[in-house]
Design a protein around this ligand. Structure first.
Ligand code: GTP
Length: 596
């Protein structure tokens, strides 16, 4: 394809503003799929994604479109919508020249609208504002146009669309061709292609999604990954329409995938550059960095004999997910398991759910924690990804925790409530500005560990659901942190240990033992629960001993009721872990997260 007839673009939006629906309409209108073949949101391929209504992995679809008598190849690169995957979004945007910025006509500009816009501008993309859902009775496109001007875009250039009703779709396609520039790149130069995604296919090995920046790629070429140095021979090249279709080559500016009998996605890092082994490019494309897990959690099989199956499942998931890390870990309380690292909380949630659903594993997961940088009095620097392994206070010179820079958009009347919440979570105020006459944007620097504790839920409830929130990692900062331990029956339960700010340690410890008292079922004996900081007990509660057999009240009663009760108990058992001789339910391990 002639370079001047190619357009590469993404759709970016705040969650639920209609990105997937618009993508569906573009696919349908260009005849890429017939109406009969269309399933809603064809780009969200995994069941899990469809159920949760989120897009986890970027994909690319080639559309053919005729405009003013000329045929064009439009490559739509889908971006993940969640902050955990910001790096993947940024690589997908780097593969494009333009972006459609979708804004809900009733909701207006939200936190992720801005975060995505800034990412697009960082990559010098041409941004086409799309005001979507104009069919809604409370749509207010004029107000959105004003907000666009406020954030530095030309509101008059926005296209009015109803993705649901198919209004404004032709105008959108025309704008993609006429406003977004064709790719620049040198067809004569040695191959340089950007990897923006990859996934494992059990027949072909890893499929590597690329955007060719310079040169071209052909079946049979011997390629090399510039970051890892690994070499492979290309066995197949294809594009998505949206079903995979084989082609013989990809030329400068084009987007597609290749297979080369690659066994694991660890070799194909998002952001890495593909070149030819025999004729390599001198310099890799800019911006590559390996994925850094920020959030860690212990994964333990409820049934210890499932340990091997858990390892196999994690290895399988890792084939397709280079950002998932795990290593064996032993907990005095929970036995043999793994400490797994994730990009963020959503990533963790998705992996846990897949382990249970696709691999049929019953797991006890410890409350997630962030990673800490610790300088010991000896001068040695260590990383601590498990609170139970935090060295004793006397050995520590300084603890640094990961920070994020957060932006929160809220109606002005809730500014006070938002500030209060940010302050409770140790936020450092940075800035306040207005998006329009009724809405403000607050900027804060916040510890990542503090927003894991139901920050988003709190924000929503304190602003009646009106505030939106987005954040990016901003590095590590020193903080006065201590380890809080929980003792059950006199023994420290390592899976309950957590790192908290000194000012909050008493309160957290006290509330946590109160919570645990309610969550841990009565045993045949009395169970003391204690919270301790540095070996000093600061709170104590007791789980009273069980008084009588649970079935006692069923004597003489109806047998089905008895069976139901037994089944309920069995169900409960699935999620219990015996710690010493005390049975602890899964909810107890997560209670740490909800103490506030
Ligand atoms: P995420 O992938 O979760 O970020 O969402 P998204 O931005 O892809 O939004 P999606 O396309 O899933 O649409 C969100 C909701 O808005 C769905 O219920 C759509 O049916 C609805 N929707 C999308 N476009 C329109 C529109 O033009 N009008 C109306 N009334 N509803 C729309």
């Amino acid at each position: 394809m002639n370079q001047s007839e190619i357009r590469n673009f993404s759709i970016i939006a705040h969650i639920d503003h209609g990105k997937s629906t618009l993508a569906d309409r573009l696919i349908e209108r260009t005849g890429t799929l017939t109406a009969r073949e269309m399933a809603p949101q064809v780009l969200d391929s995994m069941d899990l994604e469809r159920e949760r209504g989120i897009t986890i992995k970027a994909q690319a679809v080639r559309l053919e479109y005729e405009y003013q008598g000329q045929r064009y190849e439009l490559n739509l690169i889908d971006t993940p919508g969640h902050v955990d995957f910001t790096y993947e979004v940024s690589r997908a945007l780097q593969a494009c020249e333009g972006a459609l910025l979708v804004i809900d006509a009733a909701q207006g500009v939200e936190a992720q609208t801005l975060a995505n816009l800034y990412l697009a501008l960082e990559h010098d993309l041409t941004v086409i504002p799309i005001i979507n859902k104009i069919d809604l009775p409370n749509a207010n496109p004029e107000r959105v146009q004003e907000e666009l001007i406020e954030i530095g875009l030309d509101g008059t250039e926005a296209i009015l669309v109803s993705a649901k009703q198919g209004i404004g779709i032709d105008e959108t396609l025309a704008a993609i061709v006429s406003r977004i520039p064709p790719p620049v790149g040198n067809p004569e130069a040695p191959l340089r292609a950007l990897i923006f995604d990859s996934r494992f296919d059990s027949y072909k090995g890893v499929l590597v999604y690329i955007r060719v920046v310079d040169g071209s790629l052909h079946v049979g070429d011997k390629i090399q990954f510039m970051a890892t140095g690994a070499s492979f021979e290309v066995t197949e090249i294809g594009v998505f329409r949206p079903h995979p279709t084989t082609v013989s080559s990809l030329s400068t500016g084009e987007v597609g995938f290749f297979a080369a009998s690659i066994k694991t996605v660890q070799d194909t890092r998002v952001g890495d550059t593909v070149t030819l082994a025999d004729h390599p490019a001198k310099e890799a494309l800019p911006g590559y960095r390996p994925a850094q897990p920020m959030v860690f959690s212990g994964l333990y099989p409820v049934d210890t004999s499932d340990y091997g199956r858990l390892r196999e499942a994690l290895e399988k998931l890792q084939l397709n997910d280079a950002s998932l890390t795990f290593e064996p870990e032993t907990s005095a309380a929970l036995g043999f398991g793994f400490r797994a690292g994730f990009l963020g909380l959503l990533h963790l949630d998705v992996i846990q759910e897949r382990l249970e659903r696709e691999y049929n594993l019953s797991l006890i997961t410890t409350a997630p924690n962030v990673v800490y940088q610790v300088r010991l009095v000896t001068g040695e620097e260590i990383r601590v990804d498990n609170p139970a392994l935090m060295p004793p206070a006397g050995d520590i010179e300084e603890i640094r925790e990961p920070m994020v820079s957060a932006s929160i958009i809220t109606p002005s009347e809730y500014i006070g409530a938002v500030m209060e919440l940010a302050q409770e979570r140790r936020g450092i105020y940075k800035d306040l500005s207005y998006i329009d006459s009724q809405r403000a944007m607050l900027s804060y620097s916040l510890p990542l560990g503090e927003i894991m504790f139901d920050f988003f839920d709190q924000l929503k409830s304190r602003t009646r659901g009106y505030a939106s929130f987005d954040y990016q990692w901003s590095g590590f900062a020193p903080s006065d942190l201590v380890r809080l331990d929980i003792l059950i029956n006199g023994e420290v339960v390592d899976a309950f240990s957590m790192i908290v700010h000194r000012d909050k340690a008493y309160y957290r410890g006290r509330t946590l033992v109160e919570k645990l008292r309610d969550l841990i079922p009565r045993q045949l004996f009395e169970v003391p629960l204690q919270a301790a900081i540095g070996g000093r007990v600061i709170a104590r509660e007791t789980v009273k001993a069980m008084r009588k057999d649970v079935l006692a009240k069923c004597y003489g009663g109806d047998i089905t009721r008895k069976r139901k009760l037994l089944e309920k108990q069995k169900e409960g058992k699935k999620r219990m872990k015996a710690v010493g001789n005390v049975e602890i339910p899964q909810e107890a391990f997560m209670a740490i997260l909800r103490v506030d």
